[in-house]
Each structure stands twice: as structure tokens, then as C-alpha cells.
Design a protein around this ligand. Sequence first.
Ligand code: AMP
Length: 217
Amino acid sequence: MIIILLGPPGAGKGTQAQKIQSSQGLVQLSTGDMLRAAVSAGTEVGKKAKDFMEAGKLVTDEIVVGIIADRIEEDDCKQGFLLDGFPRTVAQAEALDNMLNQKSLKLDGVIEMKVDDEALVDRITGRYTCADCNQGYHEENLKPKVDGVCDNCGSTNFKRRADDNRETVSSRLESYHAQTAPLLPYYESQGVLKTVDGMADINDVTTQINDVLGSLA
Ligand code: AMP
């Protein structure tokens, strides 16, 4: 199955993608995670992407399309994959359509996670992850059971994303509305768009997404 999770920054795409990855065995392909890894490793791609990311702007289509084209060739993508944060422009969506056509694959569904803009700033500025296993947390909405200790792996090291600050968030939301929201009519016209209520409780959102996946299977 090939699925896209679509929604603004802070909608919960990464959280839900991790849950779906473990429950459905679909590998999560997050261009944001791949770009952050490239920035940390200081690769050529990372050097090109860093300034865009810190400013909350989209990196070029050429860079992300190249990353995804290489990644979907890997063995773990043979059973399908879940795209998280890609595509983010109509040009990227067209490039994806071409890649899938060439491999005689088809996109099964695009799941839009709909969230009010006002909720996103608090969601993003309060979030952090375990530095060792990447489990996501939030200062208010999703605290570890024991303060300062990761529920998943017991680590006491946590990290925040460099771009999860108020200034960058507004630029990221602008990019979403100007460049990514046009994907909604694009996929609606292909008949693959499904919408879930991303304002619901995390587990409710997972249930809604699982229902959509069940209807596609
Ligand atoms: P994310 O983790 O998905 O919020 O992505 C973090 C940042 O990486 C974004 O603000 C962009 O600068 C960059 N990025 C991630 N995915 C894409 C994409 N598909 N197209 C362009 N830029 C991207």
C-alpha cells in the first residue's frame, strides 16, 4: 500500500506515521527526518537544505524529489510505504506520480489531517522527542509517565527541533497554505483524498486513520 499523510506542520503526521509503521508494517518515509539527518551529517544535501529549514521555508523540489526517488528503490519499500511530509508542492506530487507510473505502482490514498491553525503553534512549540529512540512528547498534551524519563526506552536525554520556535512556525504555516494546500484539490480530483479530524485525541486520530486504511485494503 502507498499512502500519503498530508497536513500542516504540527498536525501529528510524524506521530501517526510511527504508529501506523508499527501496526501496519508500512515503512515511514519522512523527508523532514531525512533532511535533518543530512544536516547533522554535513552532507552536500544537508548543506543545501540547512538555511531553508532554519528559515521555515521549503527546500527545493529537486532535492526532495531526488531523496525520495532514491529511497523508494530500497528493499524495505517493496511492501509499500507511508509518505510523511512529501509531497509538499504540486511539482513534487507530479514527480511522485511519474515515479510511481514508471514502476507500475499506484497511490492508494492520501489522508489529510485537518487541524485549526490556532492549535498548531502550541502543538509545535511544546513538542520534543527522546534523543535516543525518537519517541515524541509534548509539554502539556503528552508527558512521559515518569517526569524526564522516556516511556519507550528509559532514556533521560531529550531534544527539540531547531525549527520548532514561534518565528519559524509562522513561516512554515505560510509555506503550507501557499504551496502545500493546493495538493488537496489535486488529490481530490484523482479521487484518492480522505480527511480525518486531526483535532481529536491522538488515539482517536489513529482509529480514524486505521478505518481509512481498512477501507482501502
Ligand atoms: P518536517 O519535519 O516535515 O516538518 O520538515 C522540516 C523542514 O524540512 C521543512 O520546514 C522544510 O524546510 C523541509 N522539508 C521537509 N520535507 C520537505 C518537502 N517535501 N519539500 C520541501 N521541503 C521539505
